[in-house]
Design a protein around this ligand. Structure first.
Ligand code: FCB
Length: 459
């Protein structure tokens, strides 16, 4: 169980400012199912999840949380929760089955139904335009290693804007490009499963270029607000030894700074620690596009990361990496085994403020949450550990606000249990439990807790 070691529980803190956005988040591939419906094309996650050995227990997302069919139930849950906003993602392959060409009408119809349902319930839609489900046809043409994928993304965004731009007033371009690059292309633990190590670097730039092109498409066609979502971790060196300190700084580069510096400071960080001179693939004008001012900066936070110098002979050293992961000592963990250190969240937020200063737009926490092995007993799920995690992390956010960080919103990951990527259905993050056989939705105790927080904060 988490202790409130650094901040008092949320109820003891002053409320967030009026107008603070309260939300919950999901992503298309993780919740929708109906992967063959209405002309949807295949994405890299369809391919990856159908490849034996890639996903725990061989799970696929063919049904997932069945939200393609049950979206109205989910909107009813959001209403009951009292959120002001819902963050969901739009699947590129529903809009353009092969990632190019004209719009697939029935795919856009679905997102129009979702958006209209939300607006009808008084909830602001916050769609993410890309949450990892790249069309397989584009991967076959090079995926994010190909610069052209950024141009394709801008075309897709224009089709979405054309249909929904009159009703959606806030967009997120990309979700966690760092994970796409690191897990998808460098390590190969997630789709598309390429293990290119530092050869994956161009995928970072091409995603950020896609972000920049999408921002200019949105600016040219609407007055909507736009931001990006990056995930951030607090990197903690395993000791004061210079090797561990250098290792931590190097890890911070690949996880945080490669993806934040271009957006918030207009330049890539120095990668000489990896023997790299200049970021690959950058052309004149790219950084200006990538660094265009944003209305908000989305931050996903789950846990800090402890890092040590790569030990001689380790797989990390063999791969030319200066770091290797190290476990925290005596720190509680989530069901995923992720360390629970709420104060690290405040440290990340204050660190962003210190590092980027006036260039940092207001922050929106676009994901925060924890998985635990929840079970339904007599129609209830007593997820006390999740409540403790969320309470302590929201307190940390409130603490960061107290320290001068401009945070404007907070979204729990996730509204409902869902397909947790390579972990399949083994990690439950929802405020609502899903029975993946029947689709039945059961509110967890954390749902009631969050509803209470929103109600008390909105008073
Ligand atoms: C984030 C992803 C999200 C979810 C959570 C647990 O990295 O953006 O889709 O899987 O982790």
């Amino acid at each position: 169980m988490t202790e409130h070691r650094h901040e008092p529980p949320l109820a003891a803190l002053p409320p967030f400012a009026p107008g603070f956005r309260w939300g919950a988040a999901t992503a298309a591939f993780q919740i929708e199912g109906s992967t063959g419906a209405d002309g949807r094309g295949s994405s890299i996650w369809d391919t990856f999840s159908q490849t034996p050995g890639r996903i725990l227990e061989g799970a696929t997302a063919g049904i997932a949380a069945d939200s393609y069919r049950r979206y109205a139930d989910d909107i009813a849950l959001l209403s009951e929760l009292g959120v002001t906003d819902y963050r969901f993602s739009i699947s590129w392959t529903r809009v353009q089955p092969d990632g190019t060409g004209p719009a697939n009408g029935p795919g856009l119809d679905y997102y129009e139904r979702v958006v209209d349902g939300l607006l009808g319930a008084g909830i602001a839609p916050l769609p993410t335009l890309f949450h990892w489900d790249l069309p397989q046809a584009l991967e076959d043409a090079g995926g994010w290693l190909a610069r052209d994928t950024a141009t394709r993304f801008a075309d897709y965004v224009a089709l979405v804007l054309d249909r929904l731009g009159d009703r959606v007033h806030r967009w997120i371009t990309l979700n966690e490009p760092a994970m796409m690059t690191l897990q998808g292309y460098a390590l190969g633990t997630q789709a598309p499963g390429r293990a290119l190590m530092m050869g994956a670097l161009p995928t970072a730039h091409h995603q950020l270029l896609a972000h920049g092109l999408a921002v200019s498409a949105i600016r040219a066609n609407s007055t909507a607000e736009v931001g990006i979502t990056n995930n951030h971790t607090l990197v903690v060196p395993a000791s004061d030894a210079p090797g561990d300190q250098l290792a931590a700084a190097a890890f911070d580069l690949v996880y945080n700074r490669i993806f934040a510096d271009p957006v918030l400071a207009g330049a890539y960080p120095d990668l000489s620690a990896f023997g790299i001179d200049g970021f690959p693939g950058v052309q004149p004008g790219d950084l200006e596009l990538i660094a265009a001012p944003l209305d908000f900066y989305g931050v996903n936070f789950y846990n800090p990361t402890r890092v040590a110098a790569a030990s001689a002979g380790s797989e990390f050293a063999a791969a030319g990496l200066p770091f290797e992961p190290a476990d925290f000592v005596d720190v509680p963990v989530t069901g995923f085994g992720w360390p629970i250190v709420p104060s690290a969240f405040a440290d990340v937020l204050v660190g962003l403020q210190d590092d980027y200063g006036d260039r940092l737009p207001p922050i929106v926490i676009t994901e925060n949450g924890a998985s635990f092995p929840d079970v339904v007993v007599d129609g209830a799920v007593h997820d006390v550990e999740r409540i403790a995690y969320l309470d302590a992390h929201l307190s940390a956010v409130r603490h960061a606000v107290e320290l001068g960080v401009d945070v404007r919103g907070y979204f729990v990951w996730s509204l409902i249990d869902n397909f947790e990527w390579a972990e399949g259905y083994t990690q439950r993050f929802g405020l609502v439990h899903i029975d993946f056989d029947s689709g039945e939705r059961t509110r967890k105790d954390s749902f009631d807790w969050y509803r209470g927080v929103i109600a008390a904060q909105s008073r």
